[in-house]
Design a protein around this ligand. Structure first.
Ligand code: PEP
Ligand code: MN
Length: 459
């Protein structure tokens, strides 16, 4: 296929290199885009976008395709998806410092879950790009002053100060450079792990790793994907974590558009700011810019689905985002709330199944369970766990694979969610409440959540 499918007049480029033509994904510009920054200097914003469009991409089309293949295995019930990380990532040194902790805890969750059923976990971070936030209110009042809300470090700063809250387009550059640094860290970690793996294989009594595969009916494709980006079996039968794919909410379309690049080998356009972008609950308008943008890129795409989504709308979104009904192209990230998941989700699952989309069903048990205690946003671990239980019940009853979870987790011992392994009351939240936006599970709560998932899978 391939080169002949490239639009006429398009110069050949190397994969991921900036494309000289305006990609078709730019059609979103004619559609309403909600939750966009109001840049303080629009001319500067335009220059920043031009500059970013000439920068090296952050991901490569071949890797994005491999994640797509891994997610097809998840949709078929042969692997489990763990997608997790910050609600809002910090930029700069703080962003880089947090990478190892997050990689470790997500890898530990993967090991716990994989051990339950002897099959791989596909690990995707909310990482290397999660710098923009949709908000329910445009303004907030802090100490009597009304300020524009914090919209993620790609847009403004969290400090409660009018100057910090301006939408500064130069922040898109900071976000890009931080993402590059974070990816560098992730590559280093993967390299370190791989070297360990090699010495293990070279040990005289070690069997080749291909001899250690579990007996599940997964094929060679998944095997190699998981070896590089997920997990491998150790010779003692436990799991070794390796790399991690990246994901973020593709919210600020000015930034994302700069990373839509033509893959000359397939003639398709990829969003190379990440591996798997997702569309948030607030920006999934059927005729809106975000859906049109995601519809035109070849990446696997996530879509948040909240309790008020009606089944017909979800099916229409599936039709637009997954017109070819490609297994794993679409991950439906349901975030219903513990109180509503058993009531609202069954109809949606049935409608999507009847429409013939082989999606990955993933449970976000965080965003439907946010409460305020003592002036701080928090979540009760018990509610998070109850939504996961409800999700498994609904999917199982529908004969579908509960394919994954989507969590907000920190790589250390923060005190942002209430309950077991964390603060018991609102006063305890203050001890290490460090999130830039929504409350995250701490490392112990994340491992406990993986334990629950392992139990539910093994059941
Ligand atoms: C988020 O994932 O941080 C988020 C804002 O989610 P949602 O779009 O589901 O509200
Ligand atoms: Mn969040």
């Amino acid at each position: 296929m391939i080169l002949t499918e490239t639009p006429p007049g398009t110069p050949p480029t190397t994969p991921g290199a900036p494309s000289a033509t305006i990609p078709p994904a730019a059609n979103w510009r004619t559609l309403p885009a909600v939750q966009q920054p109001t840049w303080s200097d629009p001319a500067l914003a335009a220059r920043v976008m031009d500059h970013l469009a000439l920068q090296p991409s952050l991901t490569a089309p071949a890797d994005v395709r491999r994640l797509g293949a891994a997610l097809a295995h998840v949709s078929a019930g042969r692997a489990f998806l763990v997608q997790a990380g910050d609600c809002a990532e910090p930029v700069g040194a703080a962003g880089l410092a947090a990478v190892r902790g997050k990689h470790r805890v997500i890898g530990e969750m993967a090991e716990i879950i994989s051990s339950a059923w002897n099959a791989p976990t596909v690990t995707v971070g909310r990482i290397a790009g999660q710098y923009a936030k949709p908000r329910s209110q445009p303004q907030e009042t802090v100490d009597g002053r009304t300020l524009p809300v914090f919209r993620g470090s790609m847009v403004n700063a969290p400090e409660p100060d009018p100057a910090a809250r301006r939408h500064d387009p130069r922040r898109m550059l900071t976000a890009y450079h931080t993402a590059r640094g974070v990816l560098g860290e992730l590559h280093l970690i993967a390299h370190e792990t791989a070297s360990g793996q090699l010495s293990e294989l070279w040990a005289p009594d070690a069997e080749p790793w291909t001899g250690q595969l579990p007996t599940r009916p997964w094929d060679g494709t998944l095997r190699s994907i998981v070896r590089d980006y997920g997990q491998t079996r150790r010779t003692d039968g436990t799991w070794r974590r390796t790399g991690m794919w990246t994901s973020h909410e593709a919210l600020v379309l000015d930034y994302e558009q700069a990373f839509v690049r033509l893959d000359p080998f397939t003639g398709e356009h990829y969003l190379l700011s990440t591996h798997q972008p997702w569309i948030g609950e607030r920006t999934r308008q059927t005729d809106g810019a975000h859906v049109a943008f995601a519809a035109r890129i070849a990446n696997p795409v996530g879509l948040k689905v909240g309790p008020d989504a009606d089944p017909a709308t979800v099916v229409e979104l599936c039709r637009r985002l997954d017109p070819h009904r490609r297994p794993g192209r679409l991950t439906l990230i349901t975030r219903m709330g513990a109180a509503r998941v058993r009531d609202r989700l069954p109809r949606i699952v049935r409608a999507v199944e009847e429409a013939g989309h082989e999606v990955v069903w993933a449970c976000d048990p965080m965003h439907g369970n946010t409460v305020t205690e003592g002036g701080r946003k928090t979540r009760h671990l018990s509610a998070v766990h109850d939504e996961i239980r409800g999700f498994f019940e609904v999917l199982r009853r529908a004969g579908q694979w509960p394919g994954g979870v989507h969590l907000e987790v920190a790589g250390d011992h923060v005190t942002e969610c209430l309950g077991d392994h964390g603060p018991k009351d609102a006063a305890g939240l203050a001890r290490a409440y460090r999130t830039l936006c929504d409350p995250r599970l701490n490392d112990d709560q994340a491992r406990a959540t993986a334990g629950l998932i392992a139990d539910l899978i093994a059941r």
